[in-house]
Write a protein that binds this ligand. Structure first.
Ligand code: HSE
Length: 401
C-alpha cells in the first residue's frame, strides 16, 4: 500500500483525488499495490467532501508522517510550494507536481535533491496538461539530436484565439469563459502575457538538451495586443494566429521564443483548436513527431499527475535519471532568429514593402481601410528592423511560421 498526500485541493488537486478514486483498480494493477490518499493539505475546509476525513491545515502532519511516501503538489506558484516540496524530498518522499512555475524556477535544485535522497521528483503535468511529453523527451527520444520544439502550450490563450476567430467573440468575454471552465491560472495575466508558455518551453528545452534553462532569458510576448482585425487578416490569408512556445537550433545556437505567430494549414499545429495543446518535436533522425491532447482542465491534468504517482510507486527503489544539468544553457538573442513577418502598414507605405522581399500581399479586411497587409521573406528581426527604419506608419508586426 502506498500512502499519498495532496498539497492543495483546488482544480488539479481535487482532480487527482477523483482519478485515484474513480480508477483505483486500474491504478492498483499498474502500480503493483493500492494507492491511498492519506492526507490532503489546504487552508480551506470542505464540509461534506470525503476528503474532510483526511484534511489538515498543518503541513508538518505530512512532512512528519513516515508512512506517506508520495506527495502531490498542486498548489501552484512558488510560495509556499517550493519550501514544502523541498522539505518533502529532504524527508525522503517522492514528489509529483503539476506546477510549472515551481519546476521552471527550482527544477534544477529539486531534481538534484531527489536524486541525492533516492526519491523521485516528477512533473509530467507541468507541461501540456494531460499530454505525455516530458517522459517521452526524457526516456524515449534519446537517439536524436533535437533540432526544434514548437508548441501550443497554453489552453486558455488557444481557447481565446479560437473563439475570437470562429465566433468573432470579444476577448474579455472568452477569457471569463476560460476561467469558469478552470483552464486559466488564478491570475490570467500569466496566460495571456505568455508567462505560462514561457515556463513550459523552458522546461521542455531543459529536458530536450539536458541542462538548465533560465526562463527569464526567453523573449516572451503574449496575445493581449492581438486584435479582431489581426485575426481577420490571418483568416483572409488562410492562416490562424496561435501563441507558440518554441526552441530551435540554428547555426549551432539555441534560440527560444514565446510569441503569437500566424500559421498556415501545412503546419500540424494549425488544426489545434480550443483548449487543446500540441507539441511538435523534430529530431535529426526521427523527423517530426507531434503530441496532442488536453493541455488544461481538471481530469486531464490530474491524469498526468497520477501517472507520475504510479511511476514513483513502481520505481520506489529504482533511480530514474532526469537529464537536467546544473550548468545553464545559453539562449541566443531572439532578434537573430529567422522568421517571416506579417505587417500592417498605412497605404502610403505600400511601395516601400518591396524592400522586404517578394512576400505576399493581403488585402485589408473590412474596417481596416487605408492600410495594407504584407508577409515578408524570411529574415532576422534585426534585419527587419533595419529595413523598417524608413517606414512611418507601421500598425502591427506578427511573426509567421
Ligand atoms: N492556465 C494553463 C493553461 C493551465 O491555460 O494552459 C495548464 O497549465
Amino acid at each position: 500500500m502506498s500512502k499519498v498526500a495532496v498539497l492543495g485541493y483546488g482544480t488539479v488537486g481535487s482532480g487527482v483525488v477523483h482519478v485515484l478514486t474513480e480508477n483505483s483498480s486500474i491504478i492498483t494493477e499498474k502500480a503493483g499495490e493500492p494507492v491511498e490518499v492519506a492526507r490532503v493539505l489546504d487552508l480551506r475546509d470542505f464540509p461534506g467532501d470525503p476528503v474532510s476525513d483526511v484534511l489538515t491545515h498543518d503541513f508538518s502532519d505530512i512532512e512528519n508522517d513516515g508512512d506517506i511516501d508520495v506527495v502531490v503538489e498542486t498548489m501552484g506558484g512558488t510560495k509556499p510550494a517550493y519550501d514544502f516540496v523541498k522539505r518533502c524530498l529532504l524527508a525522503g518522499k517522492s514528489v509529483c507536481t503539476s506546477n510549472k512555475a515551481l519546476v521552471a524556477a527550482h527544477g534544477t535544485e529539486l531534481i538534484r535533491i531527489a536524486s541525492e535522497k533516492g526519491v523521485h521528483f516528477f512533473f509530467e503535468a507541468s507541461v501540456g496538461g494531460g499530454i505525455p511529453i516530458l517522459r517521452p523527451l526524457n526516456r524515449c527520444i534519446v537517439a536524436d539530436e533535437i533540432l526544434s520544439i514548437c508548441g501550443i502550450l497554453n489552453g486558455t490563450t488557444n481557447f481565446i484565439l479560437t473563439k475570437m476567430a470562429d465566433e468573432g467573440s470579444d476577448y474579455g468575454e472568452v477569457l471569463k469563459e476560460a476561467q469558469s471552465l478552470g483552464y486559466a491560472e488564478a491570475d490570467p495575466t500569466a496566460d495571456v502575457e505568455g508567462h505560462d508558455t514561457c515556463r513550459k518551453i523552458a522546461i521542455l528545452t531543459a529536458l530536450a538538451y539536458g541542462a538548465q534553462v533560465d526562463y527569464e532569458d526567453i523573449k516572451t510576448e503574449g496575445i493581449s495586443g492581438i486584435t479582431k482585425e489581426d485575426i481577420e487578416y490571418a483568416v483572409k490569408s488562410g492562416r490562424k494566429i496561435r501563441l507558440l512556445g518554441m526552441s530551435r537550433k540554428e547555426n549551432g545556437r539555441l534560440y527560444a521564443l514565446v510569441a503569437p505567430f500566424m500559421i498556415g494549414p501545412s503546419n500540424p499545429l494549425y488544426s489545434v483548436d480550443g483548449v487543446f495543446n500540441a507539441i511538435t518535436v523534430t529530431g535529426n533522425m526521427l523527423g517530426d513527431v507531434m503530441f496532442y491532447g488536453q493541455g488544461a482542465g481538471k481530469e486531464a491534468t490530474a491524469s498526468a499527475v497520477v501517472t507520475d504517482i504510479v511511476e514513483a510507486v513502481k520505481n520506489r527503489d529504482i533511480p530514474v535519471t532526469i537529464r537536467w544539468d546544473e550548468k545553464k544553457q545559453e539562449i541566443a538573442p531572439a532578434d537573430s532568429m529567422k522568421n517571416h513577418f506579417f505587417l500592417r502598414v498605412g497605404a502610403a507605405e505600400k511601395d516601400k514593402l518591396r524592400s522586404l522581399g517578394d512576400g505576399e500581399s493581403i488585402s485589408a479586411p473590412d474596417g481596416c481601410d487605408g492600410e495594407v497587409g504584407f508577409i515578408t521573406d524570411i529574415m532576422t528581426e534585426t534585419e527587419l528592423n533595419e529595413k523598417l527604419e524608413g517606414f512611418h506608419d507601421i500598425r502591427k508586426v506578427i511573426r509567421v511560421l
